[in-house]
Design a protein. Structure first.
Ligand code: HEM
Length: 517
């Protein structure tokens, strides 16, 4: 989603500049530290760096700032301070080692208050966050991920069959696979590979897009002048209010439509097992759970099966089209370890180091949340002689860290071998999953489940299918350029490729597994 500054609201914003100026002055006067802010692009007057904020592929611009200004840089929009962390060490020092003060989220008026995304655990703070996270952790930790393996295996077989039937629709099949791995868990909703599940998938995708559009620094004037939220929507220039209402409907609908279905099934006694049904019927840790918390928790699980999980698998498809040699190496390893008579399963994982390295390289080269989710210090802090102000929006540029030449030589090339030494995973190479899944107390709570399902689907696709470039009109290989979608979660934009079963035996293997569903 492209960052679009709400120009009309800007007009109103200028009328409120006096308020901002006073606030800025006050902030300057009350700045508790005489230390400088980290270096960054020169700020211009009252609005600061409003015009420097990147409009597209923000992580690349921030990585350039890292090269220019160092691992920690700063910019300001009016009174809002932003800190960009471009090095792994700085992110560990602040977000992990000082997690006691860096575990809050900054508030975005547009995304939170106006659009109603305050139900999302990823965007809230304090006791409310702790209560939600505790329940989510229970349902998403490592051994729970093992319990979900049958659901994930079923979703994979459905995907493989869909690749046989309509390979040209692979992009949509991957979306359905992700939803088929989470919606049965969250709400007991069975997502089949035909179009009947698309209603739920589209609902989550549309809602997810609104988070992306609303959460980018500088995109909405109301984020840096919260007083604008009081403008009635009929005033010229208050178009953001109408947008917020429209998006709020989507955000709340995706949470409530699914939960309402579970409730009506519960009344009829037909609700399949699910997190929503279990929490409603049995509560949690011996106590009943408020209905709103159940709605929120189940909604977050549902959201987890949207773009963040889809992104690495679509990126993997792109990496295979453009790196045929690596694909063949992974397939040779699978053939040696698994053979051609069965599908891979999690028990094969330790025997497939090249496949593991290939998946690590997908995470590294194409992080789905390239700027993570911002953190926010609860008090003024000092780092390497620089002031990190309380309330700043702290953005860890995972994309920049994962393309750092010092850490990963030839950082723009797809080289699974970088993670291997003497045929095993090399523990001395920086693990890319740390920036990919985030930091400190806010680290992705869905990581064990996400990693488990992504490993299975990628290994199974490699086992059964060849992914090759599509042909152009002259019969030549068409090697697509990667076009990443900008925004909070990034994905490769759709590209053509050819997906064929590796042999007749592989076709029959998939068909037989599909018949047994
Ligand atoms: C490849 C897939 C995924 C990636 C790359 C990913 C990445 C992330 C990142 C970067 C964060 C922010 C961490 C931070 O603040 O430093 C996050 C938070 C979160 N993720 Fe994931 N995620 C994925 C899948 C999932 C899944 C499947 C679920 C749920 C089923 C999930 C649920 C959450 C939740 C609830 C949070 C908020 C945690 C908090 O604020 O306490 N994620 N994720």
């Amino acid at each position: 989603m492209t960052l679009s500054v709400d120009i009309t609201a800007l007009t109103i914003a200028s009328a409120l500049c006096a308020v901002g100026a006073t606030a800025l002055l006050l902030r300057r006067l009350t700045k508790s530290s005489a230390l400088p802010y980290p270096p960054g692009p020169p700020s211009r007057g009252l609005v600061g760096n409003l015009t420097d904020v990147p409009k597209d592929l923000e992580w690349e611009v921030y990585a350039d700032w890292g090269r220019k200004y160092g691992p920690v840089s700063h910019f300001r929009i009016l009174t809002k301070h932003f800190i960009i962390l471009n090095s792994f060490e700085a992110a560990v020092d602040l977000l992990n080692k000082r997690s006691a003060i860096y575990s809050n989220r900054p508030t975005f008026t547009m995304q939170g208050e106006l659009m109603g995304w305050q139900w999302n655990t990823a965007l809230i703070n304090g006791d409310r966050w702790r209560a939600h996270r505790r329940i989510l952790h229970h349902y998403l930790h490592e051994s729970m991920a093992q319990n979900y393996r049958p659901i994930h295996a079923r979703a994979v077989v459905q995907l493989l069959q869909a690749f046989l039937d309509t390979p040209e629709d692979f992009y949509q099949h991957i979306r359905r696979w992700a939803a088929a791995g989470t919606l049965p868990i969250s709400h007991g909703i069975d997502v089949t590979m035909d179009t009947t599940g698309d209603h739920w998938i589209n609902l989550a995708d549309e809602a997810f897009d609104t988070i992306a559009a609303a959460g980018l620094p500088g995109a909405w004037a109301v984020d840096w002048i919260p007083a604008l939220k009081y403008l009635p929507e009929w005033i010229p220039g208050a178009g953001f209010q109408r947008k917020a209402q429209e998006w709020k409907r989507l955000a709340v609908q995706m949470r409530d439509a699914t939960f309402d279905l579970v409730q009506s099934q519960t009344r009829l006694g037909t609700a399949p097992p699910s997190v929503a049904a279990e929490l409603s019927q049995n509560g949690f840790a011996g106590e009943s759970v408020h209905e709103e918390v159940i709605r929120n928790v189940a909604g977050v699980l549902y959201l987890g099966g949207a773009d963040t999980t889809v992104s690495p698998v679509q990126s993997f498809m792109y990496a295979m089209v453009t790196n045929q040699d690596k694909q063949r190496l992974a397939q040779a390893e699978i053939d040696r370890v698994v053979g051609r008579d069965r599908l891979p399963d999690h028990s094969d994982k330790d025997s497939l180091p090249y496949v593991s390295a290939l998946i690590l390289e997908v995470y590294r080269l194409y992080p789905s949340v390239p700027l993570g989710v911002p953190h926010c210090p609860q008090e003024d802090d000092v780092y390497m002689g620089m002031c990190i102000p309380k309330g700043a929006t702290v953005i860890a540029n995972s994309w920049g860290m994962l393309r750092n030449e010092g850490t990963y030589p030839e950082p723009h090339s797809f080289l699974p071998e970088r993670f291997l030494k003497e045929g095993r995973l090399d523990p001395t190479v920086q693990d890319p999953r740390i920036p990919v899944f985030g930091w400190g107390r806010r680290v992705c709570v869905g990581q064990p489940v996400a990693e488990s399902s992504i490993w299975l689907v990628i290994t199974s696709i490699l086992a059964c299918f060849s992914i090759t470039p599509a042909k152009d009109e002259y019969g030549n290989n068409y090697v697509p350029q990667l076009h990443l979608r900008s925004g909070f979660v990034t994905l490769p934009r759709p590209f053509p490729c050819t997906i064929t079963p590796r042999s007749e035996a592989h076709r029959q293997l998939v068909a037989a597994a599909s018949d047994q569903l």
